[in-house]
Design a binder for this molecule. Structure first.
Ligand SMILES: CC(C)(COP(=O)(O)OP(=O)(O)OC[C@H]1O[C@@H](n2cnc3c(N)ncnc32)[C@H](O)[C@@H]1OP(=O)(O)O)[C@@H](O)C(=O)NCCC(=O)NCCS
Length: 274
């Protein structure tokens, strides 16, 4: 599924990824691009190309995963992140550097002359995703739909009362999806503000369709500045993205499957220049 969304009026459409665009940087403050990559679409000989987009510390970290599936999705997510940054700017994928905030949120070290690029990535079983914008806080989360059991018990621990009530009223065959819709939205928020799970998840609540956030303590944050989207990128996954923007009505979001051929070409160029 590929979608675009402009100023709250959702449109289903096919994204032509178009050429990599430097001019996206100028419009970047009002724009979010989200790419996802389904690991089932990656061929055996793609892995080397994706790995060649990573820097040494990422390659080293990728060797430390116990399960191959965790290593693979880590490589895919980090290649995707570098690929999207390069798509927006034209700068070499391996040259991107990141620093971590207080709670570990990676922030792009901006190359001279570029605006403040804000990025966030997420990985789960068989799916990686990344969101990119300029200046504004952005968070993305993906989850594997078969991951959870006993969602009512989990919701008791982490959801706000209204969310638990909606979940309790949901027919059993849809419970996991609704649980993960709330869960990915909540994670997208805590990842956008950079606090991760140190932020209590029951201090704010979502209503769905459209996804709207509400804070128990209205001093805590301004719900009017946030925009969220959630969707099923594949039949096995749920994805949510959240952005804080001073004028959310100006915001456009482009959410779609990553252009794998572009990443392959980038990988080939990167390995030949190494
Ligand atoms: C961030 C967090 C919510 C991620 O949850 P998750 O669903 O397991 O993982 P996801 O795949 O969605 O996201 C992981 C990615 O988010 C990014 N990330 C890490 N910390 C983050 C934070 N505080 N905020 C936003 N993004 C963060 C990283 O890129 C990470 O991927 P990487 O390790 O491959 O680079 C969770 O790990 C967390 O709460 N971390 C904070 C821990 C903390 O407070 N540490 C303080 C000492 S550093």
């Amino acid at each position: 599924m590929q979608e675009s969304w402009q100023g709250g009026a959702k449109q289903e459409s096919s994204i032509s990824h178009g050429p990599p665009f430097r001019d996206k940087l100028e419009a970047g403050v009002d724009h979010v691009t989200v790419w996802w990559l389904d690991l089932k679409s990656i061929r055996e000989d793609d892995w080397q190309l994706l790995e060649s987009l990573l820097e040494d510390s990422e390659l080293e970290r990728s060797t430390r995963f116990h399960f191959d599936r965790d290593r693979d999705v880590y490589i895919a997510a980090h290649a995707l992140t570098r690929g999207l940054l390069t798509w927006w700017t034209g700068l070499p994928a391996r040259d991107w550097r990141f620093t971590a905030g207080d709670h570990g949120k990676p922030e792009v070290t901006p190359p001279p002359g570029l605006p403040r690029l804000r990025v966030n990535l997420s990985h789960t079983r068989e799916l990686a995703a990344v969101a990119l914008t300029v200046d504004n806080d952005v968070g993305v989360d993906v989850e594997w739909l078969e991951r959870v059991n006993d969602v009512d018990q989990l919701a008791k621990r982490v959801f706000a009362a209204d969310e638990r009530a909606l979940l309790a009223a949901t027919p059993s065959e849809r419970k996991t999806e609704i649980f993960l819709t709330f869960w990915t939205l909540k994670e997208a928020y805590v990842k956008a503000i950079g606090k991760g799970l140190s932020q209590p998840l029951d201090a704010f609540a979502f209503t769905l369709e459209p996804p709207v956030i509400r804070f128990d303590d209205i001093e805590a944050d301004d719900a009017a500045l946030w925009r969220f989207r959630h969707l099923r990128p594949t039949d096995r996954h749920k994805l949510a993205v959240g952005v804080r923007h001073p004028h959310p009505e100006r915001l456009s979001m482009e959410i779609g499957e990553a252009p794998l051929d572009y990443l392959r070409n980038l990988g080939a160029a990167s390995s030949s220049s190494a």
